[in-house]
Write a protein that binds this ligand. Structure first.
Ligand SMILES: [Fe+2]
Length: 321
């Protein structure tokens, strides 16, 4: 008999919002139970089912790391990016005096990010990550999530038929004013950090990559509408008006979803997302307020991405957003 079956229920699972078919809130989880194999299996299963898990009431670096390791091996971030106490943690920080500043439809926002999947601009996209706040702004600073399984299910049949078997081309470019598809605002870069400036000065160094527009979630067979609006530049073999119109229609369908989960951060939150199956975005923070988050990154490769001409990728040359 498994020990776990004799124990009281390890945690509570509730929807983050009554009308939302993805994402779940996990409460009442005692950190001492994180080593229980049954608890670990249960959390992994809920993650695969729901895509985003919001943990409330967990605290601290050790719990952040132990919780993250339930879902896979963690990426060791280079020291330059990490600047955190632990190599498996990455700092995501906006500082008013020097941070990445964007004018979003006339409003200044620190580190505003459009809808995207992390690393979609390289061949290997990571499995996901867990974010937790260290310092939050008085308002804004939310993280948005869209479920790409739900987006596929709600796609009109004539589009499902047209996109089957197609690949989307992605190109690294951190200037969101260059985004071609699925735009939700008209952003203008006001100030970029030295790292971002260095990337933007050598965009030709980064090869174009391909990812399938549709694939099946390995564990469930559910189809995923695998389009990241940010960084998408076209459809392979259809870089013309017809292909651009098709990609625009699909991207607009995704970002126009009514099933958006916008997470309002509280201290003590940890949010896990499945980067293979969800998109995320950042509403950015007020320009004069600091926002400081720490994130883990779960390694992985869904095995479906590749460079357009099979070029080798210098992974150290990229900043992950
Ligand atoms: Fe991201």
């Amino acid at each position: 008999m498994k020990i776990g079956t004799m124990m009281p229920q390890a945690f509570d699972v509730t929807p983050v919002r009554a009308d939302l078919p993805f994402a779940a809130r996990i409460t009442g989880l005692d950190p001492a139970r994180l080593s229980d194999p049954d608890v670990r299996d249960a959390l992994r299963n809920i993650w695969i089912d729901k895509g985003v898990l919001v943990f409330r009431g967990l605290e601290g670096e050790d719990v952040h790391l132990e919780l993250s390791r339930i879902f896979g091996t963690l990426v060791q971030h280079p020291a330059r990016e990490a600047r955190a106490a632990h190599p498996e943690l990455m700092t995501v920080r906006y500082k008013p005096e020097s941070g990445w500043l964007i004018d979003v439809d006339g409003e200044l926002r620190g580190t505003w990010l459009p809808w995207h999947s992390d690393l979609i601009y390289v061949d290997r996209i990571n499995r996901g990550g867990i974010l937790r706040p260290v310092q939050l702004p008085s308002h804004l600073g939310q993280t948005g999530f869209i479920d790409k399984i739900g987006a596929y299910q709600s796609l009109p049949d004539h589009l499902k038929w047209r996109i089957e078997g197609l690949n989307v081309i992605y190109k690294y470019d951190l200037d969101a004013s260059h985004q071609k598809f699925g735009r939700t605002a008209n952003p203008k870069m006001v100030r970029i950090s030295p790292d971002v400036a260095s990337i933007q000065a050598r965009l030709d160094d980064f090869p174009r990559v391909l990812h399938p527009m549709v694939y099946e979630q390995r564990e469930t067979g559910r189809k995923v509408l695998n389009v990241s609006p940010w960084f998408a530049v076209g459809i392979q073999g259809m870089e013309n008006a017809e292909g651009d119109a098709l990609l625009a229609e699909v991207a607009d369908h995704i970002v126009g979803s009514s099933d958006v989960y916008l997470h309002d951060w509280e201290m003590g939150d940890m949010v896990l997302w499945d980067n293979w199956r969800t998109l995320h975005s950042a509403t950015g923070c007020p320009p004069d307020e600091e926002r400081w988050m720490l994130r883990t990154t779960i390694e992985g490769d869904y095995g479906l991405g590749r460079t357009e001409d099979d070029a080798a990728i210098d992974r150290a040359g990229y900043i992950t957003v």
